[in-house]
Design a protein around this ligand. Structure first.
Ligand SMILES: O=C(O)CCC(=O)C(=O)O
Length: 289
């Protein structure tokens, strides 16, 4: 097992440098500038709305902390799919998932950005275990392998994310539970027992188990454009359906999107379509808030 995989399994996260080739880095910066400007101008409705931590994000505030669905053909930015399906990203995902190219499933690809007029933060959470879950429920949820990896790749320095290393394997301690059993945002994330701040330099990627205990803080004073994506392993069958489909991915079934992808991307997309068809079709949200 590689050092990266060992670290990812033990700590629930690992930072890998150098996954974005220099020429693609500039393309991605330009593509991000366009989609961020459109979102802030109210010209792209699929966004993470300040004041709302989890989907559905609604439209209650004009300020945004994320741009959803950056590979959407209506955004017209091919750099995103080129990056997502690049040999470097597929190799990293294969290594951490312990799978082969033929298992890789296309999933979410969003962009995390700084709000322009508000400080905002996310409460301590696990992406697919409710804050109020009891110890047994938490233990059961954490014992299941989710057949997926999630990552943040920073285009600018980014220290927004906080995690509790190792917490993807064990239920919260009573003290940690007290600090994370509501959607109240922490005044100081470092007050959480065991917390560390994850600092990324431009071009670094943190892969993290999305059930690690984590939170984040956002400031209009810190420019952020961090690629936020996930990739699955088809051997999990429909186990990833809730996690993934709650983000509204029907647009990915359109021929228009398929036409923007290369061969490898099309195969990855076909695997997602198989999962969508095999799942119950019932939309479920993982978290409230
Ligand atoms: O902004 C971040 O880095 C974390 C985002 C997050 O926790 C989430 O989408 O659940």
């Amino acid at each position: 097992m590689s050092n990266y995989k060992q670290k990812y399994d033990a700590d629930g996260f690992v930072i890998i440098p150098g996954l974005i080739k220099p020429e693609l880095f500039t393309e991605l910066e330009n593509a991000c500038a366009v989609v961020v400007a459109r979102t802030r101008a109210g010209d792209w409705p699929h966004r993470r709305v300040v004041g709302k931590q989890f989907p559905p994000y609604g439209d209650a505030d004009p300020d945004s902390w994320g741009v959803q669905h950056v590979m959407h053909p209506d955004l017209g930015q091919p750099a995103f799919a080129k990056y997502y399906t690049s040999p470097e990203m597929r190799a990293a995902a294969r290594e951490l998932l312990g799978c082969e190219d033929k298992h890789l499933q296309m999933e979410l690809f969003n962009l995390l950005i700084n709000p322009t007029s508000h400080e905002f933060a996310l409460s301590w959470h696990r992406d697919d275990v409710k804050a109020a879950a009891g110890e047994e429920e938490e233990r059961d949820a954490l014992s299941v392998w989710h057949y997926g990896v999630q990552w943040n790749a920073a285009l600018y320095e980014d220290s927004s994310l906080f995690v509790v290393p190792g917490s993807h394997r064990v239920p919260r301690t009573p003290v940690q539970r007290e600090q994370s059993n509501t959607t109240k945002v922490p005044e100081d994330p470092m007050a959480m027992s065991g917390a560390i701040q994850v600092s990324l330099k431009p071009g670094e990627t943190v892969f993290y188990n999305n059930n690690i205990l984590h939170c984040a803080t956002y400031s209009p004073k810190r420019k952020r454009a961090t690629l936020h994506a996930s990739m699955g392993d088809t051997r999990g069958g429909a186990t990833r359906a809730r996690n993934i489909l709650q983000h509204g991915l029907t647009w990915m079934q359109e021929v228009k999107f398929w036409g923007t992808l290369d061969d490898e991307g099309r195969k990855m997309l076909d695997r997602l379509a198989n999962m969508q068809n095999a799942s119950s079709g019932m939309l479920e949200y993982s978290l409230d808030g």
